[in-house]
Ligand binder design. Structure first.
Ligand code: GTP
Ligand code: MG
Length: 248
């Protein structure tokens, strides 16, 4: 795979276990319980895309990425917060409104809308927008509410598989970073590993190159665990979520 570039998460520790940052031409899944930081990481990625220091690439690719890069944020839970983007932007010395202007936010109320918005990214690119980051926050919430019970499982997995294939196509064809989030239910017993807990299980697992499981630690600390990566060892990293955003 040629021309790969990486986008910093804001945390050096987290970047390190990812092999340098969020990788283009791949899907990175962030799974974890409520409040573990999935949406915060997604917001920070949108901000970091506007920050040359946070783009890790060879000069020619960096030029391509930094040519008015746009993020597409497909929001299925209504949790996108412009004020938070502004706050994170200002912490990096960027103009908050400028950063916001470079994020296309699409509120998806069901899985059909969600998939349609993902397909529409290609149209934005054809119109001349340099979309370099695509976020689905959350990947699974609409599917979870629409496809309930055993009888719907096959259909749900098939549709989720099509959605992931579309996202992989976008990532590959347009050299984008793709982030998907996946909420995991709280389970007091640790009987199941992350891949069993996160819905979409094997479908998402095979389609996502990088899978990160987030958990809360003390105070503003979070632990990220990379698992099941074809190229990288399982590893853990500690980061924090503060007023400034995501950092070590
Ligand atoms: P679900 O979508 O419910 O599954 O959770 P999530 O994993 O998306 O969690 P999210 O990223 O929304 O993290 C929420 C946590 O981030 C909060 O509990 C806070 O700890 C932290 N956080 C969010 N916004 C702010 C902020 O403006 N300032 C600070 N200091 N922390 C924040
Ligand atoms: Mg969230």
């Amino acid at each position: 795979r040629k021309n790969i570039w990486k986008l910093s998460t804001g945390s050096k520790n987290l970047d390190e276990i990812l092999g340098g940052g969020l990788e283009s031409q791949s899907i990175t899944e962030f799974a974890g319980m409520f409040g573990s930081g999935k949406t915060q990481i997604a917001h920070q990625a949108c901000v970091n895309l506007q920050c040359p220091d946070k783009i890790i690439a060879d000069d020619s690719i960096k030029e391509e990425v930094l040519n008015e890069p746009k993020a597409v944020y497909i929001d299925t839970e209504g949790t996108f917060r412009p004020e938070r983007i502004i706050q994170m932007a200002e912490a990096l010395g960027l103009d908050g409104q400028d950063v916001l202007k470079n994020i296309f936010v699409a509120r998806a109320y069901n899985s059909d809308m969600q998939m349609l918005y993902a397909e529409n990214v290609e149209n934005l690119i054809r119109e001349g927008h340099n979309v370099k980051l695509v976020i689905i926050d959350s990947l699974t919430s609409t599917f979870r509410t629409e496809y309930v019970g055993r009888g719907k499982l096959a259909e749900r997995q098939q549709k989720l598989g099509r959605h992931m294939a579309m996202l992989n196509k976008l990532a590959d064809l347009y050299n984008c970073v793709v982030i998907v989030t996946n909420q995991v239910a709280a389970r007091p017993d640790a009987l199941f590993g992350p891949s069993e807990q996160a819905i979409g299980g094997h479908i998402v697992g095979h389609a996502a190159t990088f899978r990160i499981f987030l958990r809360k630690a003390k105070g503003d600390k979070r632990v990220a665990k990379l698992y099941d990566s074809p190229h990288l060892p399982d590893a853990e990293a500690m980061f924090r979520i503060t007023e400034k955003g995501i950092h070590d």
